[in-house]
Ligand binder design. Structure first.
Ligand code: GLC
Ligand code: MG
Length: 248
């Protein structure tokens, strides 16, 4: 056994099966103590919603926390986002300009204030209204802002800096800690996790309960370094870690 970089989404991936979560948490923490494995949670949640989940599920402390869909990186339990990462994202980011366009689309409903972040503007958009996305995107592109749209779970629309998403945040940490792509494994279940799987050749685990948007992307972009688990949530992660030989 040797150390690896473990990066996981939380909702419906790491969290969702309490029994399996306990077992996986225990095995990962032992691996970290024994081999120096690094553990990263990567979620769409803001600090407020992360803390709620952390308390509710008693999540153990990771080595880094990636919040707000990759736009905030917290290292070693710090309460302040990594300034190096924030400065990369601030180039050409202007949320006021984004809002001046999005307010022309009545289909977009702003998410709660806690989910509006320095480098993330988020809406609810019902699946049956998601046909507006191409038009919204083209209106936003006219402003020449460097941004991207990520639609997840048939309801959540995030607008982020072009330089940011879960995949790019993961690579920032991977390079910082000097892990090869072959020694890195990423896990997810929905649209905002596609960036984790698409950015490079890191080992990927798609949990058995993944959303159609991720399964569809996977079917269109098959790769032998990506594993589609049978089991749900943390049980699917353990299945994948064993498949890749990271766990016994
Ligand atoms: C989390 C966040 C929300 C975001 C969604 C998808 O639910 O709270 O703001 O839109 O993840 O990334
Ligand atoms: Mg999820």
């Amino acid at each position: 056994m040797t150390k690896f970089l473990f990066v996981t989404d939380l909702d419906h991936t790491f969290v969702g099966d309490d029994q399996a979560l306990l077992e996986l948490s225990d095995r990962l923490q032992r691996h970290r103590a024994e081999y120096g494995t690094k553990i990263v949670y990567s979620t769409g949640r803001s600090p407020t919603l992360y803390q709620e989940l952390q308390l509710q599920k008693n999540l153990f402390s990771p080595d880094a926390l990636v919040l707000s869909v990759g736009t905030e990186i917290y290292l070693d339990g710090s309460n302040n986002p990594d300034p190096q990462w924030s400065s990369i994202l601030s180039q050409g980011w202007d949320s006021q300009k984004i809002l001046s366009i999005t307010e022309q689309f009545p289909e977009l409903v702003l998410q709660p204030d806690t989910e509006q972040r320095p480098f993330k503007v988020s809406f609810f958009l019902k699946a049956e209204l998601s046909g507006i996305l191409p038009q919204l995107e083209s209106e936003l592109q006219k402003t020449k802002l460097n941004i991207k749209l990520i639609y997840s779970s048939g309801i959540d629309l995030d607008i982020l800096p072009l330089t940011s998403d879960k995949g790019q945040a993961m690579q920032f940490l991977r390079q910082k800690w000097e892990f090869a792509a072959e020694q890195t494994v990423v896990c997810g279940d929905s649209g905002n996790d596609i960036a984790l799987f698409a950015v490079g050749r890191e080992r990927g685990i798609i949990v058995g309960n993944a959303r159609p948007e991720l399964i569809q992307w996977h079917n269109q972009n098959p790769a032998d370094y990506r594993y589609l688990a049978q089991n749900r949530c943390a049980a699917g992660i353990m299945e994948g870690l064993t498949y890749f030989g990271f766990l016994e």
